[in-house]
Design a protein around this ligand. Structure first.
Ligand code: SF4
Ligand code: SF4
Length: 368
């Protein structure tokens, strides 16, 4: 099983990877191909949280060149609104400008599919759009507070309905990721390790620049090599260990290992997280909103900004806030509106915004 690892300086390096993977033979003229990036949250690629749009653009152009229609398909994390995330990442304009279709599955688009040999997850609701077309998986290399790391296998959760995502957390995330990967098998997995994330990922960790791309026709093989590049033993990552993948991996390129800081939150945090999803089963059926989204809107939990008294009311943060969530006169954040993009934190010249919550970048923790 071949896995390509390459340092990326420009788009021709990405094109070279595609050439080495017989890209032109994998996809046929006039075919539709769905691209599954990682647009989990409203934080752009410079933070390491979401897929690099330049990589998607290069792949989409290569598809267009051979007469294939590329379509981005994605559902962000349950605690975020799709429109907020896509607006913050500028995805609507990006897709239009680059001749890429956009598919945001609606509830009626999800079909229930049996997972043959699924040990814990017997069924999953996935978009009917991907059933008859090819799929390119473009995850980001990141650490993750619940699964330690997230690469190609975990990224496929973003194709599931909210109820399947919730069930995966409740039933046990590692085993269900392995089961889901028996149902959704991408034709190509291209791990974006240009801007990666370490620490308390997968949204509010620390940015780490690697400028690497890892690609394979086998998602598990790509993840195994990805985990080694992150300096980790595959056996320490439960979902990789549970795959029992025994095929020999042939590496095309240089395998250099890096030192990634792992997430700090431990077992109790993961247990509480799992409990929230369990409560959500009942909460959502009564209130038609997700329990974690409701909790974040109270401003009492979650990674969130807070304005300190030293604020000079200059208004810079308010100008950049994409959802007008900053109440300037009161020097407060409206957490019902705040989408937790942390753009306000980045621009404040007075360091008058702090971040509350368990998951946050290491340098912000030091300032606490
Ligand atoms: S940018 Fe900082 S100082 Fe200016 S209004 Fe916002 S919090 Fe206050
Ligand atoms: S208040 Fe800050 S974190 Fe919240 S949406 Fe506005 S810019 Fe983003």
């Amino acid at each position: 099983m071949k896995v390509t690892v390459k340092k990326i300086k420009n788009e021709s390096d990405v094109l070279q990877i595609l050439k080495g993977l017989n890209f032109n033979k994998l996809f046929q003229n006039e075919e539709k191909v769905y691209i599954k990036p990682n647009f989990v949250a409203p934080r752009d690629n410079s933070t390491g949280a979401t897929t690099n749009l330049k990589i998607i653009k290069t792949i989409a152009e290569a598809l267009n060149t051979i007469g294939v229609n590329p379509i981005i398909i994605e559902t962000p994390g349950m605690e975020y609104n799709v429109e907020d995330v896509f607006n913050a990442l500028n995805i609507y304009d990006f897709a239009e400008q680059n001749n890429i279709g956009l598919c945001i599955p609606k509830p009626k688009d999800f079909v229930k599919r049996k997972i043959f040999q699924g040990k814990v997850l017997k069924f999953a609701e996935i978009p009917q759009q991907i059933l008859n077309y090819k799929l390119i998986n473009i995850p980001v290399m990141k650490t993750h507070v619940i699964t330690t790391i997230t690469l190609g296998m975990k990224n496929l959760m973003g194709l599931c309905s909210d109820s399947t995502k919730r069930m995966m957390h409740v039933k046990g995330i590692h085993k269900t990721i392995v089961d889901l990967n028996k149902l959704i098998i991408p034709d190509l997995t291209i791990i974006d390790a240009t801007n990666t994330m370490q620490g308390d990922g997968a949204v509010y960790g620390d940015h780490k620049k690697l400028d690497i791309v890892i690609a394979s026709q086998n998602t598990i093989a790509a993840d195994k090599i990805g985990s080694r590049i992150m300096g980790l033993e595959e056996s320490t990552i439960s979902f990789l260990n549970l795959t029992n993948f025994k095929k020999k991996i042939q590496i095309d390129g240089e395998l250099k290992c890096y030192d990634f800081t792992l997430p700090k939150p431990g077992k109790i945090y993961r247990l509480i997280y799992r409990l929230l999803y369990f409560i959500d089963i009942f909460f959502f059926s009564f209130f038609k909103t997700h329990f974690n989204k409701f909790l974040y809107s109270t401003g009492l939990i979650g990674t969130r900004p807070e304005i300190l008294k030293k604020c000079t009311k200059c208004g810079i943060c308010s100008d950049i806030c994409p959802v007008n969530a900053i109440l300037m006169e009161k020097q407060k954040i409206d957490y019902k509106k705040c989408i937790r993009c942390l753009k306000c934190l980045e621009v404040c010249p007075e360091k008058a915004i702090i971040i509350k919550g368990v998951s946050k970048p290491e340098k912000i923790k030091k300032n606490d």
